[in-house]
Write a new protein. Structure first.
Length: 344
């Protein structure tokens, strides 16, 4: 897992190249016609769906059509011929995604498959839809570059999103610099991810993002702590949490002192959210175990997103090591899939 994390900049570069080089067939002409794309839907689960969440937040500043993410066996009723569906399954064998793919095909949607192979690649190729193949052999949660950046590349080529090549270049360069300060050889006193892991140890991490900027990164942190650290974690977003969750910091006292909060900060956060964060810390800071602020780095949207993802990914692996756990296996998920297979 540490090796895969270290190689994330190279993964992002390769993912972008694969998306730019992928054969799209007649898709560019079809999307540019009068029967073009009215909405974009990403269907997937787990690590194969987080790219869709990142895409939705990334695109909302410039896209003139809605983006949505589906985590189910079937698609919403509005999906039809003018919907571009990215069917994303790293293994290519996720049963919910295969079912949603079949549903999209029945509805006449435009489909692009993003996978390392499996049944999804076979189905899409047989049906004449574009297939973007990415390398296999790692866990889906470790393949965020492969499962996110090719979609931006395709949407750029279709004229739905603007040219993002400069953003990809900045993000990869930033990640290369960051790994020197987050990697295993960097000592804890200089390593933000190791410091956060130490704070999370024997506590319940609570990650607060912001709607429209860091909301998906907060989801990512929560999921990485679950899967890598085998530990519970929770997330919420500003400003919504100020209308409910903040009141939940009064009881029970022993549990509150076991909470370790993280505020994810982005320069694009609304000024009123910036004020809300500060006031929230003043109101609840003494009631919880601790609060850390983690600020995004970089200029572009993509660089800022990945700078925060990188800190959280490393922190989740270091937390696993503090617990004496191998972060890579997800045995409960494997057992669940086996039980589901037996229950057919």
């Amino acid at each position: 897992m540490l090796e895969v994390l270290w190689n994330l900049p190279e993964q992002c570069e390769e993912a972008w190249q694969r998306g730019m080089a992928a054969a799209l067939g007649s898709l560019p002409e079809v999307c540019g016609s009068g029967e073009g794309v009215a909405q974009v839907m990403v269907t997937g689960l787990g690590g194969s769906a987080i790219g869709g969440d990142l895409l939705r937040v990334y695109a909302q500043e410039e896209a003139s059509i809605p983006f949505a993410v589906n985590r189910d066996y079937l698609l919403p009723a509005y999906v039809g011929p003018r919907t571009l569906v990215f069917a994303v399954s790293y293994s290519g064998n996720t049963e919910e995604t295969l079912s949603a793919y079949d549903d999209a095909r029945r509805r006449g949607a435009k489909i692009v498959a993003l996978t390392s192979g499996g049944r999804l690649a076979e189905k899409a190729a047989a049906d004449g839809f574009p297939v973007i193949l990415v390398p296999g052999g790692i866990s889906p949660r470790s393949a965020s570059g492969y499962l996110f950046l090719p979609m931006i590349a395709v949407l750029q080529r279709l004229g739905i999103l603007a040219d993002a090549s400069a953003q990809v270049e900045e993000a990869c360069a930033l990640l290369r610099r960051m790994r020197e300060n987050l990697g295993p050889s960097c000592p804890e006193e200089e390593n933000l991810s190791k410091q956060l892991a130490r704070k999370f140890y024997q506590r319940l991490p609570v990650i607060y993002g912001t709607s429209g900027t860091t909301e998906t990164v907060a989801v990512r942190w929560k999921g990485q702590i679950n899967e890598n650290s085998k530990a519970m974690a929770y997330y919420n977003v500003f400003p919504e949490l100020n209308h409910n969750e903040i009141v939940g910091t009064e009881k029970p006292d022993p549990l509150l002192q076991r909470l370790e909060l993280v505020f994810l900060v982005d320069s694009a956060d609304h000024p009123r959210v910036q004020a809300r964060r500060q006031i929230t810390q003043e109101l609840i800071g003494e009631r919880v175990g601790g609060i850390s602020w983690v600020e995004a780095q970089g200029t572009s949207r993509l660089a800022r997103i990945y700078s925060l993802i990188y800190v959280g990914d490393y922190a989740s692996v270091y937390l696993a090591l503090l617990y004496g756990i191998d972060p890579t296996p997800v045995r409960l998920i494997d057992r669940l899939k086996q039980r589901l297979s037996e229950a057919r």
